[in-house]
Design a protein around this ligand. Structure first.
Ligand SMILES: Nc1ncnc2c1ncn2[C@@H]1O[C@H](COP(=O)(O)OP(=O)(O)OP(=O)(O)O)[C@@H](O)[C@H]1O
Length: 300
């Protein structure tokens, strides 16, 4: 079996006495679009910098495209496209000159793809970079990243400056990259984006793994939300019956709502059907539900 494009186990990275990443595992399979999530300061960018060979791990095993980025940074980074959240470019070059410079440094690019991507992102490559907005600078980096002939894209909050129309273009480019067999690690705070794009996610907090796996499996393990509207019925009595299954829920204005583990969904739906509820919805856990259950901050 070939090694996964990203294979990290027990990664530790300290800054002085502060442990930014404390024993993290991260595995990303070939042609997978993998979401990398966590609140501010969780250690995502630090991990990414280790993957790129910019930081050296204090402990753990790190393999990117089968190599150790700390020892073989040049070989590894040649095969990676990296887009940071804050793109800094030479201000006195035009967008096209920047794209040419990136391609020159890398030694390869798909010129037709670059032209197509610049068009799709509505990027005027003839303008000087110093006249570009944050979003336009990000577009330059994204066009260069997707047009490069690389095997792995590492995108660290790449769309924070893009408008919704451009978000669509970005998502199309990620899907095309994965369809072409490229692997994508996407760090993002935009949960909808991750939910739309990613096959698998890794959620971290305080430099530690809290959850990782295929999004579909994680949804199955989490509770679904069942809501039933009970016009003209005694919602409190129905809720009392529902509570006999061991679940808790809330009743508001004749509507019951409760989080239901997968194995109890049939029993709950049977009780609601028995109560003649005309309007029942059962929604699988969203990525936001999965994410928030790890990050509910207690009020001070
Ligand atoms: N060079 C550094 N020196 C000292 N501390 C650092 C350094 N880089 C990061 N840190 C600290 O390590 C922790 C993890 O930071 P990191 O940037 O990896 O988080 P993140 O998950 O990417 O956050 P965000 O979502 O805000 O970008 C933070 O507490 C940060 O202050």
């Amino acid at each position: 079996m070939t090694e996964p494009p990203i294979d990290v186990s027990g990664l530790v990275k300290r800054f002085g006495g502060y442990t930014a990443v404390g024993g993290l595992d991260l595995r990303v399979g070939p042609a997978e679009v993998h979401g990398f999530l966590g609140p501010n300061g969780a250690g995502k960018s630090t991990t990414i910098r280790v993957l790129l060979g910019l930081h050296h791990a204090d402990a753990g095993r790190v393999r990117v495209l089968g190599r150790d980025p700390a020892r073989q940074a040049a070989e590894v980074t040649r095969r990676i496209s990296y887009v940071p959240g804050e793109v800094t470019l030479w201000p006195n070059l035009t967008g096209q000159e920047i794209l040419d410079a990136f391609a020159g440094l890398r030694g390869s690019r798909d010129k037709a793809a670059e032209k197509r991507l610049a068009g799709a992102f509505a990027l005027d490559t003839g303008r000087l970079v110093r006249t570009y907005s944050k979003g336009n600078r990000q577009k330059v980096a994204l066009v260069a990243a997707f047009a490069a002939r690389t095997d792995l894209l590492i995108l660290d909050e790449p769309t924070s400056g893009l408008d919704p129309l451009m978000e669509e273009v970005f998502q199309g480019a990620v899907r095309d990259a994965a369809a072409a067999g490229r692997t994508v690690l996407l760090s993002s705070h935009i949960l909808g984006e991750v939910e739309d794009l990613c096959d698998a996610v890794t959620i971290i907090k305080d430099g530690h793994l809290v959850e990782s796996g295929q999004l579909s499996d994680m949804r199955h393990l989490a509770a679904s939300v069942v809501t039933a509207h009970l016009p003209g019925r005694d919602a409190a009595t129905v809720m009392a019956r529902l509570r006999q299954t061991g679940l808790t829920g809330e009743t508001t204005a004749g509507t019951v709502r409760l989080a239901v583990p997968r194995d109890l969904v049939p029993a709950v739906l049977a009780i609601l059907a028995d109560a003649d509820a005309p309007d029942i919805t059962c929604t699988p856990a969203s990525l936001e539900d999965l994410f928030l259950r790890h990050y509910v901050v207690a009020p001070r």
